[in-house]
Design a protein. Structure first.
Length: 347
């Protein structure tokens, strides 16, 4: 079992490295460095080729900075955990290739980690005593996933989006309103000054555990087009959209907690950085379950969560060899999906 794990995350547009030190059987985060690629703000979204090139330039100094902040030399690293997927294939290849080189040169153990599993483990970095069973809601720019987690390493899909991810919907609505990228923080800031007077639809709110945000996004588009004074309506549009999206997310999560009877709900992913969502979830689940959510820095794409998930798999005796490959649609080890008749596609 590794005592010091170096985590590497390059799945999208954040270059990140972290050092996890295990003492007394419990992992402690020694350092975390995240370098965001601001160039994508110019284009209103991530440009894959630019992201890959930026990772190539930034990864080595980011890792050196993480080691320096941890006060450890590279020789102290026992294992390397790296995001192997899903994500942008070019970006993933940069991280995986670097991780394999470090593992090979230093005779270190190597473990490829599924990005979304990292998000499930993220709250344990703030709450080391967090343990399953729990319901997990992972909401990000690319995914909206509701899980039954009876134990670590076992994830049963209760529901997921049938079209747009929640984070993607926030980005598109932000673009409609002339806000910046990424859209989530911009919409939340504006929504703090508005009222929920548009009462947008709550798609599929009472229909199982799957999600759909394309119709909600279209409703906002029509409202924007019909507005006679968009500048005056912006705050109310943002408030109304955010209220509808969060109503769906919290309602389905509460229903999942009630069905499973679990006392805890884990909230993770980039959208979980929203203090409004965390507060809404806690309010909706009051008396039913507690909400475990990591601080915002650990909910963005970061290497700390990858190191933590990697350490779990190393504990279980799992590791990868030099044939580890990046995969844009990596299968999630331990993920159990509903029957094929549900027509839910794999990652």
């Amino acid at each position: 079992m590794a005592d010091v794990v170096l985590g590497i995350e390059t799945s999208c547009d954040e270059t990140s490295a972290a050092v996890l030190v295990v003492e007394g059987g419990r992992p402690e985060l020694a350092s975390l460095v995240i370098l965001s690629q601001d160039i994508h703000k110019v284009f209103g979204g991530v440009v894959p080729e630019l992201a890959s090139r930026a990772h190539l330039t930034a990864l080595s100094p980011v890792i050196k900075r993480a080691l320096a902040e941890a006060g450890l030399p590279l020789s102290a690293i026992d294992a390397v955990a790296v995001t192997a997927g899903p994500g942008l294939i070019g970006s993933l290849i940069v991280g995986v290739s670097y991780a394999k080189a470090l593992a090979s040169v230093g005779n270190r153990r190597l473990i490829g980690v599924h990005h979304l599993e990292g998000h499930v483990f993220a709250p344990t970095l703030d709450d080391p005593f967090l343990e399953p069973p729990f319901v997990a809601l992972i909401v990000s720019g690319g995914h909206t996933l509701l899980l039954d987690v009876p134990k670590w390493g076992c994830y049963k899909v209760l529901g997921e989006t049938r079209d747009d991810a929640a984070g993607e919907a926030f980005d598109k609505v932000a673009s409609m309103l002339g806000l910046g990228y990424p859209g989530g923080p911009e919409v939340e800031r504006l929504a703090a000054h508005g009222e929920d007077r548009f009462r947008f639809p709550r798609p599929m709110i009472d229909r199982g555990f799957d999600f759909s945000f394309s119709g909600l996004k279209t409703a906002v588009l029509y409202a924007v087009r019909e507005s006679r004074d968009l500048e005056a309506d912006k705050a109310d549009l943002a408030t109304s959209f955010q209220a509808a999206a969060f109503d769906v997310l919290t309602s389905k999560t509460r229903a999942a907690a009630q069905q499973t009877g679990y006392p805890t709900v884990v909230l993770g992913g980039g959208v979980a950085c929203s203090q409004t969502l965390a507060a809404s979830m806690a309010e909706r689940l009051a008396g039913a379950a507690r909400v475990a959510v990591a601080r915002p820095r650990l909910n963005t794409d970061n290497a700390a969560m990858i190191a933590r998930a990697g350490w779990f798999h190393l504990q279980q005796g799992h590791s990868d060899d030099m044939y580890l490959d990046a995969s844009a649609r990596m299968q999630w080890p331990g993920l159990v999906r509903p029957a094929p008749s549900s027509s839910v596609e794999s990652f």
